[in-house]
Each structure stands twice: as C-alpha cells, then as structure tokens.
Design a protein around this ligand. Structure first.
Ligand SMILES: C[S@@+](CC[C@H](N)C(=O)[O-])C[C@H]1O[C@@H](n2cnc3c(N)ncnc32)[C@H](O)[C@@H]1O
Length: 482
C-alpha cells in the first residue's frame, strides 16, 4: 500500500504512470524548481549555478523567474525542517519515500509553510507535477500528505516537532531556522553564548541574502553606482552598493565590468589588507595566496593600480586561475597557478592575503543547499591545509609586513584555532584588526575583545567573514662572530 498511512516504500521503483501522463500540463515555474531540487539531490548540483541556466534555457523570466528562484532556494534552504514535517504528515521516515516524490513534497511543503501562496495552488501544482510524471496513485499520496501539512501553519508544526526551547535551546533554534544542529552549535560556539544572539544569527542566515555590488575603484564611485543601479551605498566598504533586488547580471554597469557582485564582508577583508600599517614603506609587492575565483584579487588589483603596487595571485586550480585572469584583465595582477604552501615565489612581500579554503559556513545563505551537504568532518580536513597556507604566507612576507588570514566561516577551529596555532608555532603576532574594517569615523559594531574580527549577517549584513591581521616574527639577528 502506498499512501500517508501505508508502510511500503512510497514511489520506489520508478514511474508508475507511463507516457500517457507526461503530456499533462504542469506549471513551468514549479517544474523548473523541481528539476533543480532533483539535480541537487541526485548529482550534487549547485542550485545557484543550475537554476539560472535552466531559466534561460526554458525562457522563464521576470516575475516567473523570481518565483522559481524563491521556491527553489527557499526549499533547498529549509530542507531539514521540511523533511521532519513531511515525515510526520506521511507517518513514515523520509528514507522510505522515493526521492522524486520527496522533491515535490518539499516544494509543496515549502509553499504551504513559508510562502503566502494559497494552499490550493501549492497542493494542486504539486499534485500535477507528480501525476504528469508518475501517475494518479502517487499523485494521491502527495495530495494526502500536503493536505495534512496544510492543516497547520509553520509555527504549529515547529511547536509540535522541535525540541523544547527550555530544555534544548540550540536544537529548538536549529529546527526553527532550518539549520543542521551541528552548524547551530558551531554558531553558538563562535557567538557570545546567549540564546538571543544565536536566534538572531540563525534567523539572518535563514533569510534571502541581499545582493552587494562592488564599484571598481578608479572606474566608478559607489555614489555613481548607487544612482545607476537604484541601490544604496554600503555601510562598511566605500566601494559597496546594496541592490534592492533583481538580477545584477542585467545591469549594464556590471556587464561593462565597472562593477561586480561581491559581498561587503569580502570587500572589507581585501580593504583590511591595504589598510594595515607596515613597518617601513610599502614597496608595492602584494600577494593573494588563495585567489580563485578572483573577487578579492580584482578589488586588490584595482587598489594596487591606484597606488602603484602589483599583485601576485596564486591559485591551485587551473580553471579558477582562468577566472582570475579574466576578472583582473588590464590590472597590475600576475596570476600564478601553484600550491600556495610552496608557490616558488621569492619572499619579501609587503602584504599577503590568505583567504583560505574553508567550510563556507559563513556564506550558507548564498548557497541554498550547502548547509545540508556539509558534514562536521569537512572542517577536520581543512584545518591542516589552512595552517600550512598561513605558515607559508608568513615565510613569504617581509619583516614588518602584514598577513591577513580570512575565512568565510565563523567555525572557531578554522578561525582563531588556526591563527593561534600558527602564531604559537612561528612567533608571529596579531595586530588589532578592528580599526581596519570600517570607513573612518564610522560607528561600527565589532563584537568581542579583538584582535580578530568576526562579521555576522545579523550584525553587519555581511556574510560571516573572519579576519585576523598578523605580523611575522622579527627576523632573528644574524650571529656575529668576532
Ligand atoms: C575561499 S577561496 C578564495 C576566494 C577568493 N579569495 C575570492 O575572493 O574570490 C579559496 C581558494 O583557494 C584555492 N586553494 C585551495 N587549496 C589551495 C592551495 N594549496 N594553494 C593555493 N590555492 C588553494 C581554492 O581552489 C579556492 O579557489
């Protein structure tokens, strides 16, 4: 029997409908969302790369494209919480529901619980999708499950299924804001320990992220970019503009290369590298040791051009090195395909950026499915590489120069854990990074005692970027024998 109360695997064994069902009209917006969710589940596709391509291919634009984006990304982000609700409504574990049905159930449940789409439209478009592909029997199952879900709103489902906020606040907030528990625990560790901070951080991470643009220094100002794009100037970076909505790729100013898409937190990291004081003059030798795909290298390259400096941009992946080449064309940037742990470059750099490969837990809101794909072990594999890259940077920088270490992750093992271990091993010292992250005179909340900076979506509106500024150990005095 297959249905919300049956015990057999629901929908397993492929399509039961056959071709007579496939001609049934389905809503193209829901179909494209379903197809992306399926590709994410079956072949680890990235929703934010696949969806724009499919929208173009199928000629879906304007409001329909906006709705498809909202449904696809929203469903992918909320997956764990939606699954718990679906399992409760279906009366069986998620593992017993065929994947292609689950995609549609997730899409339908998302519309019912997290959008203003009417219950009738949410259920009937989902049923149509399944009927067209798999037949009436399985469509009936989806209909029954979604109708059951529609009998309560999200708050009531959370009340029934989430752990108690009193006994298990982290578990409750993880469920409520659709994060795996281990990621909520990481955020709690990196924050001040209060439930209120964790709630604000998870809520901000669960919301649709804003689009930030960067005005290419020397080519256009943020004021001009704001006027041309209809956006507002940023708070932290003098090059940032917040876009109210829409597809930035459609702006002429972006197509012409005068501006790019870049989170303000990433701009802040690149700027900190140029602002941190050196002992002695800046000889203009700058290095970006993990540069692909080149967002920070492009900003640094523009700033290098204005100040007569030159940037070497190291990247281990050839494909990503090509992306740096293209985004930094015409700038004083040399792209080097090499392992940053031993890139074969002569030491003596004034400024070195290590924007380390990391778990990306700080930019989950921009990569909808990522939170459900990551596992705690990812971090264990990355930490040794992060330490080696930072150690290499400290070998390449000159005495009195600066190294900025950054991650788009607030995970303490990837942030202060790496910095503390490398400082202890090499004798490098940290400089207070807080003065270098905001435009002069700005009242800018940087929580914590320093010397590092941890940005957060709920406090700064940026991705949760971490940065530390290091000065290498002074060179040992040369032994002098009379
Ligand atoms: C966080 S991303 C850097 C993002 C970049 N700074 C930007 O703003 O566009 C880390 C980069 O380091 C590269 N990478 C990983 N291992 C590396 C290594 N051993 N040496 C150099 N680059 C490495 C990855 O391929 C990835 O492109």
């Amino acid at each position: 029997m297959s249905g919300p109360t049956g015990r057999g695997p629901v929908g397993a064994g492929g399509r039961s409908g056959g071709s007579k069902f496939r001609d049934k009209a389905v809503d193209p917006v829901r179909a494209v969302a379903r197809d992306v969710l399926r590709a994410v589940r079956e072949r680890d596709a990235y929703a934010n790369l696949l969806l724009p391509a499919l929208l173009r291919e199928r000629g879906i634009s304007g409001r329909d494209a906006a709705l498809a984006t909202e449904l696809t990304y929203g469903t992918a982000r909320a997956q764990g919480t939606l699954d718990a609700v679906i399992a409760a409504a279906a009366g069986r574990p998620i593992a017993e529901i065929d994947g292609s049905l689950l995609d549609v159930l997730r899409l339908g449940a998302y519309q019912l619980l997290r959008t203003r789409i009417g219950a009738h439209a949410a259920v009937s478009t989902s049923v149509d999708l399944v009927r067209a592909e798999a037949g009436q029997g399985l469509a009936g199952f989806v209909n029954a499950v979604l109708r059951k879900i529609s009998q309560r709103d999200e708050d009531l489902w959370v009340e029934e299924l989430a752990p108690s906020i009193v006994d298990d606040p982290v578990g409750n907030l993880a469920f409520t804001y659709a994060h795996p528990r281990w990621i909520a625990e990481v955020f709690a560790d990196a924050l001040d320990g209060s439930v209120g901070s964790l709630q604000a951080a998870l809520a901000a991470d669960d919301a649709r992220p804003p689009v930030h643009l960067v005005a290419r220094p020397g080519q256009i100002t943020a004021t001009e970019l704001a006027l041309m794009s209809g956006g507002a100037e940023g708070r932290l970076s003098p090059y940032c503009v917040y876009l109210p909505g829409g597809d930035p790729g459609r702006l002429d100013v972006v197509r012409d290369g005068l501006a790019g898409v870049q989170d303000e937190g990433s701009q802040v990291v690149a700027l900190a590298l140029t602002r941190a004081p050196l002992d002695g003059p800046d000889g203009g030798r700058w290095l970006d040791l993990c540069a692909g795909p080149g967002g920070k290298a492009a900003l640094l390259g523009s700033l290098a051009e204005l100040s007569g400096a030159h940037l070497d941009a190291v990247e281990i992946s050839e494909h990503r090195a090509d992306l740096i080449d293209s985004i930094t064309a015409g700038l004083p940037v040399t792209v080097v395909v090499a392992d940053g742990r031993d890139p074969g470059l002569a030491p003596g750099y004034d400024r070195v950026l290590v924007d380390a490969p990391c778990s990306g837990l700080g930019s989950l809101r921009r990569r909808p499915e990522a939170r459900w794909r990551r596992v705690p072990g990812d971090v264990d594999e990355l930490v040794p590489l992060q330490r080696e890259l930072l150690t290499s940077a400290l070998r390449l920088v000159r005495p009195g120069g600066v190294v900025v270490y950054s991650t788009c992750s607030p995970h303490p093992a990837e942030t202060i854990g790496v910095v503390d271990a490398v400082c202890a091993a090499t004798g490098a010292e940290q400089i207070d990074a807080r003065p270098f992250v905001a435009t002069d005179g700005m009242d800018f909340p940087v929580p914590g005692p320093g010397p590092q900076v941890q940005l957060w979506p709920h406090l700064h509106g940026t991705d949760a970027m971490f940065l530390a500024v290091l000065r290498p150990a002074p060179a040992a005095p040369t032994a002098h024998i009379d």
